[in-house]
Design a protein. Structure first.
Length: 176
């Protein structure tokens, strides 16, 4: 049975949504294509109907995550469930190391996403320097919290509690 173009778009978005969530939770290297496809409700074989490679999926997931975070900032955090409000920024923390591995395409998507977030934050804070500090603290607290949470949940929680609240974003969650 042939899938309609509309259904193919919906299926592709389900795959991207699963990738965003899984990459944000565990990082790109810890998640395989088969796991992403399974979480989206599909078999591994269908992946190549939507993407040419895992790298292409990573680019789409990163871009989508930043777009959602930007939408959340502009909407004052009213979209989605509260635990989804900081997903884009969590994804930016998850992609931090990935984008510095020498992949120019991912680095470009990441830089564009950060720049757009800074533009939106600058509107709130009044200047780009303050926006950069807030975003750096927020993402840094998320990255450190994730790095220590399995060894020391209390320390991870302390970073969560100490992290700044970025407009339209929830505080970071050690378990997300």
């Amino acid at each position: 049975m042939r899938v309609t173009r509309k259904q193919a778009e919906i299926n592709r978005q389900r795959i991207i949504d699963s990738a965003v969530r899984l990459f944000a939770e565990r990082g790109v290297d810890a998640v395989g294509v088969a796991e992403v496809m399974g979480a989206a409700g599909f078999t591994h074989g269908g992946f190549y109907n939507h993407f040419t490679s895992k790298d292409d999926l990573v680019l789409e997931a990163c871009s989508t995550s930043f777009a959602r975070s930007l939408d959340s900032l502009r909407d004052g955090g009213r979209r989605g469930r509260p635990d989804e409000a900081d997903l884009g920024t969590c994804m930016s923390a998850a992609m931090l190391c990935e984008s510095s591995k020498g992949n120019p395409r991912l680095s470009s998507v990441y830089a564009k996403g950060v720049d757009e977030l800074l533009d939106a934050l600058s509107e709130h804070f009044g200047d780009r320097d303050t926006a950069m500090s807030a975003l750096s603290c927020f993402v840094g607290a998320r990255a450190i919290s994730r790095a220590v949470e399995f060894a020391d949940r209390e320390l991870a929680s302390q970073f969560t509690a100490a992290s700044p609240v970025v407009p339209g974003q929830a505080r970071v969650h050690a378990s997300s």
